[in-house]
Design a binder for this molecule. Structure first.
Ligand SMILES: C[S@@+](CC[C@H](N)C(=O)[O-])C[C@H]1O[C@@H](n2cnc3c(N)ncnc32)[C@H](O)[C@@H]1O
Length: 391
């Protein structure tokens, strides 16, 4: 499906459309129960489900707009775990203690900068990265708080996500400071080369000799297969030789995938559609390896991250599984000394308080903070909103 071209400029707040209806087919035919049907309809509305016809009438970006208009800025918790997993970008104090307190971005009251793409000169001494599919900034802000030398270009094709990101106090604060830290704009990461939305950022990347890093955090799974390839090519175009690409996304065998399989919400070719119309994909290690071709990237890390999350109230254990990878853009030695993630928190008291099992395995059971509250159709039964994340 061709993705729609987005309108220019930042979007006004969207009205929340809650007119969706239940669309999950009944497995067992039984006489309709009007009270249950009414209850199901109102639950579907609350959860933002759409009928197939409603989904088909919307572009993927509009479905995400609707998602964010309904869920708001706090749906995805800040991904503090990135500091543990991206030690390459961390200053020594944070490397030593990745979960130490890092102050939010504050204003130094030096005036209000115009929110445009900065020049190469302005960023010459900074570590500059791109967060593709940034949502409301849940990955960008933890990185920015941890390292004063980082600048993030943050983009998402949902105008509503970018509006919410820009409404965060920290975004305002950095605009009224002597050093800008983040610039967010609306664009489709899979747009063809030459797309006007990317011109200024591509010119900036060229002026800098390429970006130092780029992140895809739960983003490629939201794209159709051919768009994923286009997004990876754009990443290769923007990164400097040796630049770091960080990937974290859903892994094949994740509980959410099994539930969607049970409900038949797949096209049979690996793409799933949640009730609200957003897409999901569950990657194998091989698939991720193939997605980042050896002609463009050197592989630094490719592994599963797994976590069993127990909802004690419901007596349910959920097996969540993610894939994490790091690649260096081919053409030069990696810009950053390769770092494995910090030792698993599972061996610390903090991890046990957060419910991680007492495991000494560096992977399974480690409190990796693979926080992705977007279980789509799992919620709210799975109760995962409360049990995931570091907050
Ligand atoms: C699961 S959310 C993750 C958001 C964010 N990276 C985070 O860690 O919270 C997926 C995001 O990808 C964005 N997205 C999906 N397809 C995109 C595309 N073609 N171009 C840009 N953003 C896209 C969606 O709008 C959504 O914000």
């Amino acid at each position: 499906m061709q993705l729609p071209i987005l309108p220019t400029g930042d979007a006004a707040p969207l009205p929340v459309d809650l007119t969706g209806g239940a669309d999950v087919p009944h497995k067992h035919a039984s006489p309709p129960n009007p009270r249950k049907q009414k209850r199901d309809r109102s639950r579907s509305k609350r959860r933002g489900k759409l009928t197939q016809a409603q989904r088909d009438a919307l572009g993927l970006d509009e479905r995400w707009d609707r998602f964010y208009a309904q869920k708001g800025v706090r749906f995805y918790k800040d991904r503090h775990w990135l500091r543990r997993e991206l030690l390459e970008l961390m200053p020594p104090a944070v490397r030593d203690d990745p979960m130490r307190w890092c102050a939010p971005l504050a204003s130094d009251g030096t005036g209000v900068a115009v929110d445009v793409v900065p020049s190469g000169g302005e960023l010459a001494r900074m570590t500059v990265g791109l967060e593709a599919g940034c949502g409301c900034g849940s990955a960008a802000f933890p990185l920015l708080r941890a390292n004063d030398d980082v600048f993030v270009l943050a983009t998402d094709f949902s105008a509503e996500a970018i509006r919410l990101l820009k409404s965060r106090d920290e975004y305002e604060n950095q605009l009224s400071s002597s050093t800008r830290r983040i610039h967010a704009w609306v664009s489709d990461v899979a747009a063809p080369p030459g797309d006007a939305r990317w011109a200024a950022v591509e010119a900036l990347a060229d002026a800098l000799g390429g970006l130092h890093f780029l992140t895809f955090v739960f983003v490629l799974s939201a794209l159709e297969a051919e768009q994923m390839v286009a997004a990876v090519r754009r990443a290769a175009r923007l990164l400097r030789p040796g630049g770091l690409l960080f990937f974290r996304d859903y892994g094949a065998g994740d509980l959410a995938q099994r539930r969607l399989d049970d409900r038949g919400q797949t096209d049979g070719a690996g793409t799933y559609e949640r009730g609200e119309g957003t897409l999901a994909r569950y990657f194998s290690l091989e698939e991720v390896g193939d997605l980042f071709p050896a002609a463009l990237f050197d592989r630094v890390e490719l592994r599963h991250v797994e976590r069993d999350i127990t909802n004690r109230a419901q007596g349910v254990t959920m097996n969540r599984r993610w894939v994490q990878a790091k690649f260096a853009r081919k053409g030069a030695p990696p810009c950053f000394e390769p770092c494995a993630g910090a030792p698993p928190l599972a061996e610390t008291g903090a991890a046990r308080r957060r419910g991680a099992p007492r495991s000494s395995s560096p992977v399974r059971g480690a409190d990796d903070g693979g926080d992705d509250a977007h279980c789509g159709d799992l919620a709210p039964e799975c109760g995962c909103f409360a049990s995931l994340g570091f907050d």
